[in-house]
Design a protein around this ligand. Structure first.
Ligand SMILES: [Zn+2]
Ligand SMILES: [Zn+2]
Length: 322
């Protein structure tokens, strides 16, 4: 396959895409032959990045005889989108491709995905800290890694994480304490390094759904789930699947110590020889992540707001602005 065999229109299309989307688009070439494009697609919010709650990486692989053969479309790294939305988008893309065989389609695909992200520009699912959803009136925060938490929940997570870190630090011998790094906030979902002002987060009201929620009761169902998770955790530790970050800092994972649990055997993972607490029911993460996004400047908490189709703040279904 040489560049001479490529449809002339494809070069023009790629040139136009570069002019429109640069620097967000990457065009991939091999020996002068276009192989495809890759782009981080975000909702249209008039360039207000603080109001972008969803995103994905769109990869469009061009076949050698594109546009006579449809390109292959791959969606990667979705954030804030659930499986239902992704499969809807996938089937819309398939329809679009089938209707447009023989036509240049990359620009339309990118715009179609962007339009869909603009329409569902609200975080889905639950806050992993409190397990309540995000509803109108909630104040929540988006991390640079595109994970969402109620601001107050995240403040509690950081306060507890720092407290635990300091307790663990106190248990280390003095020389190790000297070498240990300072406590670093990490995302509770992916452990990317983050940087937030806890005092600001703390001012947010509690999650709306938590206000009228039934008080928590430990049921037999939860207890048996805890037992299953404890056994799984012990298995992962025994197989070296829980990775620490070195010997000079408190372990990044802790295991709490309920009186009513039997003690599963815990062995040290290959990369972690610091002392590790022994018993197990629940796990929370603290400490440093080995890798992660660069620290961001302190951001203000966000208030849940919806967007209309043009990306302007406004009333729309479940997320009308207040
Ligand atoms: Zn929460
Ligand atoms: Zn994250």
């Amino acid at each position: 396959m040489s560049a001479a065999n490529v449809d002339e229109r494809v070069f023009e299309e790629l040139q136009a895409l570069e002019a429109i989307f640069s620097p967000d688009i990457i065009i991939k070439w091999e020996d002068g032959v276009p192989k495809g494009v890759e782009m981080n697609v975000l909702p249209s919010t008039c360039d207000n990045t603080d109001e972008q709650y969803v995103r994905l990486t769109l990869e469009i692989c061009l076949s050698p005889d594109y546009p006579e053969t449809s390109p292959k479309v791959i969606m990667r790294n979705p954030r804030g989108l659930d499986d239902r939305i992704l499969s809807c988008m996938q089937s819309d893309i398939e329809d679009k491709l089938n209707e447009n065989i023989g036509h240049l389609i990359v620009y339309e695909l990118i715009e179609m995905v962007r339009e869909c992200l603009t329409q569902c520009n609200l975080p889905r699912g639950q806050c992993v800290i409190c397990l309540h959803g995000f509803v109108q009136g909630d104040i929540f925060i988006k991390t640079p890694c595109f994970h969402y938490f109620h601001s107050q929940c995240l403040s509690k997570h950081f306060i507890a994480g720092k407290k635990y870190y300091e307790e663990e630090l106190d248990k280390l011998p003095a020389w190790q304490r000297m070498e240990a790094k300072a406590y670093q906030q990490t995302c509770p979902v992916c452990r990317s390094t983050v940087q937030f002002n806890v005092d600001d987060l703390k001012l947010a009201p509690p999650p709306v759904e938590s206000i009228d929620a039934q008080p928590f009761h430990l049921t037999d169902e939860i207890r048996s789930m805890q037992e299953r998770m404890a056994a799984l955790m012990a298995h992962q530790i025994s197989r070296g699947g829980v990775i620490g970050i070195g010997d000079t800092e408190p372990p990044p994972l802790i295991i709490t110590d309920p009186a009513d649990q039997q003690e599963p055997k815990s062995s040290t993972s290959g990369t972690q020889s610091a002392p590790r607490p022994e018993t197990s029911t629940s796990v929370r993460t603290t400490g440093n992540s080995a890798s992660g996004a660069p620290a961001s400047p302190t951001r203000p908490p966000y208030r849940l707001r919806g967007f209309n189709r043009r990306g302007k703040p406004g009333r729309r279904g479940r997320g009308g602005s207040r």
